[in-house]
Design a protein around this ligand. Sequence first.
Ligand code: NAD
Length: 330
Amino acid sequence: MHLNSSANGEHNNGRTFRSANTLGNMTNTATAAISNIGVIGAGTMGNGIAHVFAQSGYRVTLIDVNAAQLEKAIGTISKNLDRQVAKGTLTEAQKATALGNISTATDVAAGVAHAQLVVEAATENIDLKLKIFRELDTVAPPGCILATNTSSISITKIAAATRRPALVIGMHFMNPVPVMKLVEIINGYATASSVTDTITALCTALGKIPCAVNDYPGFIANRILMPMINEAICSLYEGVAGVEAIDTVMKLGMAHPMGPLQLADFIGLDVCCSILKVLYEGFGNPKYAACPLLVNMVTAGRLGVKSGEGFYVYTAGSKDMVVSSSFAGR
Ligand SMILES: NC(=O)c1ccc[n+]([C@@H]2O[C@H](COP(=O)([O-])OP(=O)(O)OC[C@H]3O[C@@H](n4cnc5c(N)ncnc54)[C@H](O)[C@@H]3O)[C@@H](O)[C@H]2O)c1
């Protein structure tokens, strides 16, 4: 494995393998230049990303086209900070400081005017992301790093919509952001290694564990996770075992905290289906084709937790795992 920890701005060209551990030891010098961060999209991921930056002392402008969503996000961040105070991991004063570090905007140009880094966490739609990055390229200050939290869209393609592809990178936070340690850092074909170094050091400063990978369909997390989930659904479809048996084998046999069918419900079956489509089209390999049962469930609106039913049924206020009547007795 070729390790490259230089910070001289050369391109990764999608071929250089980098060690996050090596880079994680870097001092804060690389991040010293970053104090103002724009976060685009105030949904599930955007509010978590704003939360962790603000808690670590960065000034954050949270930007969303929907003003009501911004209000909701600030409420969610406040509630999540309260939980940390109740656990004793944060003081009331630290909570107030973190909240004071966040401002909101509905206008992208105003929101990123003083940013040294923008993290985009808007809806997973390629046309939308390309439009956002075209705009960011014209309104963000020169030298501002443009990161995306996309789960599956090519960083190289997003970067090509800008005139600063060397400054575009993937920062794939995991859900829920304040809790999950990993940030998968994705180098686009043209991402400068100095940018990878800066973002790696920044993640370490947030208390996260950065892991750098290159830009191929599904990156690492979803390239490995989604075929496992798809195989679990195929096993159910073929009658090899029922929902509970499949999840129990993987929980108790492989020490997974959650079975693959429960995890698919949590992620959203529509999201799983669209990531499998990216893998299928990106590699041109039929092994990534979504199981017909998954496609049918998405078509029928059975999307998992968000729709109230997937492989399990979700009743508000209940933590019991109840298998959907579509699969009961199997
Ligand atoms: N949800 C997850 O578990 C998860 C995990 C990792 C990565 N991601 C990725 O993170 C990104 C966001 O996902 P999410 O689950 O938070 O989505 P979400 O639907 O909860 O939130 C998306 C937000 O983007 C806003 N938005 C849409 N267009 C916008 C625009 N032009 N400008 C500003 N804001 C805009 C919407 O109003 C919404 O508030 C996606 O790329 C997704 O693939 C999601």
